[in-house]
Design a protein around this ligand. Structure first.
Ligand code: ZN
Length: 305
């Protein structure tokens, strides 16, 4: 689920998306994200029944912190605050007669999907950084998802890269997110250009030679270079995957981003880290939920045996 849209799907054990459906998160009004999720789940259950497909698990990614062990959403769920503290796993499992429901941070789920079926396949360690409405990350270290002690593992959107920087929605200041999320890029572009400008548009304008737009893009590259260097120097993962709506705009300026990163990271650490910018489709999002089911089913089975 995202702050704007909830995407849902029926996914096979091989990662193939058999059905896809989606709805605006707050299609029923403010505070109604849970009803949207329940309606989509019900629709997919009907479709599965009609197809004669058995559902073996439900996985859901939420944009915020989650107590994944208990399936309870944390308080830091800025784009759907009505879900704060909701025992989402139990709520969704109730009508499903025994089908397990797993809840996790949205980018953790995305990272698991790329690790299971995509660009992270076979890696011992990887970090996925998703730049969209907000900025989130999923960290896999030595073959395990790193959730952290209280579910904050991977909150890399809120590492401060400018200690005197702007206040952030998280209560901190100078957070990476305030410079590289789609929302914040648009905000800065709008300020700098003096008219409403989207993130995608400012990248296009900069490519066309607009100097003011290029200043915004330069700042994105500097901020993201610093943010990525925190990952490279701090974790030295085998792979870093960049995803989310902003990733598409970064593809054409990849060399510029890499140059910025090289200015902040240990050269040897960077040389050992494979950085890839992914342009994902809707199916990739939906696979996240399925990958979470696969990962958790295996983890809980091996933990109890
Ligand atoms: Zn923050």
């Amino acid at each position: 689920m995202g702050g704007t849209t909830v995407a849902a799907g029926l996914v096979g054990a091989d990662g193939q998306v058999l059905e896809h459906c989606q709805a605006p998160t707050h299609v029923r009004g403010a505070g109604t994200a849970l009803a949207t999720i329940e309606a989509l789940l019900e629709r997919l259950c009907d479709i599965a029944r009609a197809r004669g497909v058995a559902i073996t698990g439900v996985g859901i990614g939420v944009p915020g912190t989650v107590d994944a062990e208990r399936g309870v959403v944390g308080v830091d769920v800025h784009y759907a605050p009505e879900l704060a503290g909701v025992p989402l796993g139990d709520r969704l499992a109730a009508p499903l007669s025994g089908v397990p429901v797993f809840v996790d941070n949205d980018v953790n789920a995305l990272a698991l999907a790329e690790w299971t079926w995509g660009a992270g396949r076979g890696a011992r360690s990887l970090v996925m950084l998703a730049l969209g409405t907000g900025v989130g990350a999923g960290i896999i270290l030595d073959g395990r998802l790193h959730r952290g002690q209280a579910g904050f593992g991977g909150e890399l959107g809120h590492v401060p890269i400018d200690f005197d920087g702007r206040p952030c929605i998280c209560g901190g200041r100078g957070c990476l997110k305030s410079y590289v999320s789609g929302t914040d890029i648009a905000l800065r572009a709008t300020e700098r250009l003096g008219r409403p400008t989207s993130a995608a548009e400012v990248f296009r304008l900069a490519a066309g030679g607009d100097a003011a737009a290029d200043e915004v893009v330069a700042e994105v590259c500097r901020a993201l270079g610093a943010g990525l260097a925190i990952i490279v120097n701090g974790l030295n993962p085998e792979r870093i995957l960049l995803a989310g709506s902003v990733a598409k705009s970064l593809r054409p300026i990849e060399a510029r981003l890499r140059a910025s990163l090289a200015g902040y990271a240990f050269a040897q650490a960077l040389a050992a880290t494979h950085l890839e910018i992914l342009t994902q489709d809707k199916d990739a999002t939906v696979r996240g939920g399925a990958a979470l089911v696969g990962y958790e089913t295996h983890r809980r089975r091996t933990a109890t045996s």
